[in-house]
Design a protein around this ligand. Sequence first.
Ligand code: NDP
Length: 444
Amino acid sequence: MLTKELMERIVAKNPGEKEFHQAVHEVFESLEPVLKQHPEYLKAKILDRIVEPDRQVMFRVTWVDDKGEVQVNRGYRVQFNSAIGPYKGGLRFHPSVNLGILKFLGFEQVFKNALTGLPMGGAKGGADFDPKGKSDAEVMRFCQSFMSELYRHIGPNTDVPAGDIGVGAREIGYLFGQYRRLNNRFEAVLTGKGINWGGSLVRPEATGYGCAYFCEEMLRTKKQDLKGKTVAISGSGNVAQYAVQKVTQLGGKVVTMSDSDGTVYDPDGIDAKKWEFVMDLKNVRRGRISEYAQRFGCEYWPGERAWKAKCDIAMPCATQNELEKDDAKRLIDNGVIAVSEGANMPCTPEAVELFLANGVLFAPGKAANAGGVATSGLEMYRNHIGISWSAEEVDRQLHQIMVNIHRNVADSAKKYGSPGNYVVGANITGFVKVASSMLDQGVF
Ligand code: NDP
């Protein structure tokens, strides 16, 4: 492997960052045929450069909880690569957040953003803060303190963050308010904003919808669609919620949702009425998914994942490495035909290998969940030119972008000798666009 020695150096230079190593390794594995055809990338040390973030900022976030106690968290922004546009990527608030996880997410974001066809570089940020169990006032004070440092590193033409795990509409509101207060300027510095203050219709829906659209495109290559298919979805946050809605609208039956405590299994399907219950439970009452099982009298699997459910299609929409080799085996034994990643890197490399070896249609997150950032890109563009689009128009553009991504990724996979392998196709398509832009712009 042309990249073996470099990979060893990356592991030594970034000790303990296992998710980052995993993400880089997966991309490097796909690039062999490109590097053979384009030795100029190796000569210009593009790989050595592309794995090193442009900059990474780490800072203290101090705030006071409702009991009057001082709390201290750590905040981050990893600005990975801006060769094709201003930095763009979400903020994650979760106790597991560390530099390695944000570097993995930032690295993935570089290629994902390139796939959308929009001019956006890649970044990721967040904090090891847990919004779960905190009052609205505590979340607001945390967000204000976080933005009091972050604001000096971002800007509408520099870096435009969005949401991710633990950062939804509420958090984006508090963050935007503090940015505006500190700068005394109303500018489009975040996406996922409220509709009344510059946000885009269909942005909340975009990642989940896009994941379902990508899945439909994959199925179409086998002359199939989502109609009548049984679908297992994990998570019950933003991405999972709208993946459930779109799959249902397209005629599929979703039988699972989950959170970090367990999974609900509803063989009758999560229909529109039950979905409304989940939306209120998760976004208003901020409760646990087990309440769904109590309310609708279905099975609850405490501490277990969704992947033991019999299904035709799996959409992991919770977090990284949530679908492992044994889960993949079980899904394959149960006849799964397609897997579409709503989350970032939810399937481990061993699970992906099994899916590919068994002919399962497999969509990697950087292609299948790119609809979120693509719609953020549309929100940025809209903010710049000062117009607004209807929900139907944004959804139409989102759908078209997902169709284009699918086509480009499938074409690259074929061109470089791995037809049907969307992992190889996505990595190569994203890489070539960013790498050739870096070459054009000289050595720095
Ligand atoms: P949310 O915070 O809205 O929801 C996350 C969901 O995943 C919750 O149900 C949460 O359960 C569950 N979860 C989180 N961590 C774990 C864990 N360690 N084990 C089991 N379950 C877990 O986040 P999003 O829906 O926005 O994001 C989900 C995934 O999609 C992430 O990988 C994110 O990076 C990716 N993504 C999101 C985009 C977006 O637009 N929001 C865009 C592209 C990718 P609990 O509440 O119990 O923690």
